[in-house]
Each structure stands twice: as structure tokens, then as C-alpha cells.
Design a protein. Structure first.
Lengths: 191, 191
């Protein structure tokens, strides 16, 4: 069932996106080409405030031409540990630091044409600080209760798949079905 | 918060992927570029057998270099209605036809760099037939109960985000929380 790469080339290298085209050998011996985005991987954080609210963001997403409500997320820098990335993105985009972290898992969001995996982290014991947005980032913070987010999801107002997934995962954890392993932020950032 | 496109160009046009780079005007008047995959949109089908099992597929996904367990899905053809696409993909990839269909919603799976939206359809009243795989498609059918799929999800063995999302949506519907509007396949294919 496996496809074996037989070499390939960069189809496009933009400032943000790299696209490759590889020749592959199919399981029956035939040849085919596969085109895909080379992505460094990303993290998403589900930040849980002590008062029960969740930290979300509203952000215009040019490719889909609309403002989406999303959990904080960002691309992994070269050589960066995923938790270090999660801590950095949470701080930069929201200003929050977290005392405890738990890795839920990695999900593939576009496996037909992107190498991206999104590692989902939960964060609790939050303390607010100043955020440090990159130039050209326009992100509005949005603190919502879990009930309010569920209401929006049920109403079809939550179209970002990773965010809807984060809410579902949170509900599974609250229900005791999908346990999380929490670690301290200090231990975490060295691991 | 909106970003306004100021023209752009095709960065790469492969056999499968088209990538664009647009110049945009940011909310503060500054300029930036946005690179993204132009995608026709996709559908995913959650096929419910009368005996309680679900129809899934195992397929090697070259970009992530592994076999993933997924609900049937595929790209929308030019001018194709989304339900017609769902019916076609289900038939081609699994051989099943469905008596009733329900559209759950559209989710954005990579809004930072792809225009893709995945429309999620539920299908029931299934009858088996012959499938019609495209050349170069190697897809293994996998009939699983909802409990078995949930067990795999809880064990972290289900890394395809849309499929995990489909399972969660199914559970919400079964729990009476997220209702579905079912329509007959005949009415559906004309609408």
C-alpha cells in the first residue's frame, strides 16, 4: 500500500510556502506524481483560564476570506521543541503564560497535499501579561466560556476545524474519557 | 480586520496543486503578501451502515508518509453540487449508495494557507455495490463499529483530523445535541 518516492523537485518556493512534486512508485509498480506543501508542523493551544473561560482569537484568514474564531496556533520554528513553540505562540499572540501543560496528540489536517501535523496542547494555570504580535498580525482576543463556544459550534459558527477539534477534545477530557498528562511549565520547557 | 487583495499571480501550477501569491493591504494600511493553495473544496462522507458499523478507508498518504484511517472524501469537480460530489465519491471509493443524506456543515482545515473547505455529509440506508477506483488509487475498505473507532481515537491511532471530527460530530448527533436534516437521495441529487 506504501508509495515509494523516486526523487522530485521544488515546484515553488515562496516566502512562506514550499511546494514539491515527487515521482513515486505505486504499490502495483506504476509511476505517479505527488504534489504537496512542505510544512514545518504547527501547534495549537487550548488555554483554560481559572474562571472556566477559554482564550480564543479572532483573525482574518485571507485564503478563506473571512474572520475565523480560533484557538491560538502557530508554526514550529526550525529546531524548536513543540512545547517551547506552544509556550512562545501563546505568549506572543495572547500574552498568557501557563503553569501546566499537557500534550493531547498530533493531527493531520490536509494529508492529501501537506506534510503538516498540528500538535494539540492544553494549558492551565494561566497568568496574563503583554502580548508581542508580529508585524502584520491583527489578532483580537476573545474569552469565552466552554458553554458559549459549544453554543457557537452547535450553531455552525465555528468553521475552523482545529478549533472545533480542540473543543471536542476538551469535552472528552472533562468527561473523563480522554485523559491528559500534565507537566509543569519549567520541566516542560526543558523537555 | 479585513485584508484587501491588491492583485497577485500564480506562484506554481502543478498537475494537482495551484499556489497563488497575492499582495494585500493590511488593516493598518501596510502591505504584505499572502501565499496559499487554491483548492476547489472537498466533501467527506460519514457512511452509517444499518448494522451500526461505519465505512472507513485505509490509504497511504504520501505527504505524511503513512497509512491513515479516514472517512471517504474527495475533491469537488468544477460545477459539481456538493451532494452530487459526496454521492459520487462514496460510490467510486466504497461502492456504497445511500438512501438518505444530511449535510452537517463546512469546515476549514488549513485556513492559513489553503482555500479548502470540507463539507461534511452523513449518509444512511446504505446498499453495497461495486466500487470504481481511479487509476493509482489504492484504498482498502474498513468497516468499524462506532465503539471501535472511538477506542482507536482514544488510543491516539486516528490522526486524520477530518475523520476524528466526523466521529465527534456523529457522537454529538447520537446524543441529540447537533441535529441533522435528512433528505432522500433522489431529491438530494437534484438540489
Amino acid at each position: 500500500m506504501r508509495e515509494h518516492g523516486q526523487g522530485g523537485r521544488v515546484l515553488a518556493r515562496g516566502s512562506f510556502l514550499e511546494v514539491r512534486r515527487d515521482d513515486v512508485r505505486l504499490p502495483d509498480g506504476a509511476s505517479a506524481t505527488r504534489e504537496y506543501v512542505v510544512h514545518p508542523g504547527a501547534v495549537m493551544i487550548v488555554p483554560l483560564l481559572d474562571d472556566g473561560r477559554l482564550v480564543l482569537e479572532r483573525q482574518f484568514r485571507y485564503p478563506v476570506a473571512r474572520v475565523l474564531l480560533e484557538f491560538p496556533a502557530g508554526k514550529i520554528d526550525a529546531g524548536e521543541a513543540t512545547l517551547a513553540c506552544a509556550q512562545r505562540e501563546l505568549l506572543e499572540e495572547t500574552g498568557y503564560r501557563a503553569r501546566e501543560w499537557a500534550c493531547a496528540g498530533v493531527l493531520h489536517n490536509a494529508p492529501a497535499y501537506s506534510t503538516e501535523g498540528i500538535e494539540i496542547w492544553f494549558a492551565r494555570g494561566l497568568s496574563a501579561g503583554d502580548r508581542r504580535l508580529d508585524d502584520g498580525e491583527f489578532i483580537e482576543l476573545c474569552l469565552l466560556t466552554e458553554g458559549e463556544l459549544e453554543r457557537r459550534a452547535a450553531a455552525g459558527e465555528l468553521s475552523d476545524m482545529k478549533t472545533l477539534m480542540g473543543l471536542m477534545w476538551l469535552q472528552k477530557w472533562r468527561a473523563g474519557l480522554w485523559p491528559l498528562q500534565w507537566v509543569g511549565a519549567d520541566r516542560a520547557s526543558t523537555g
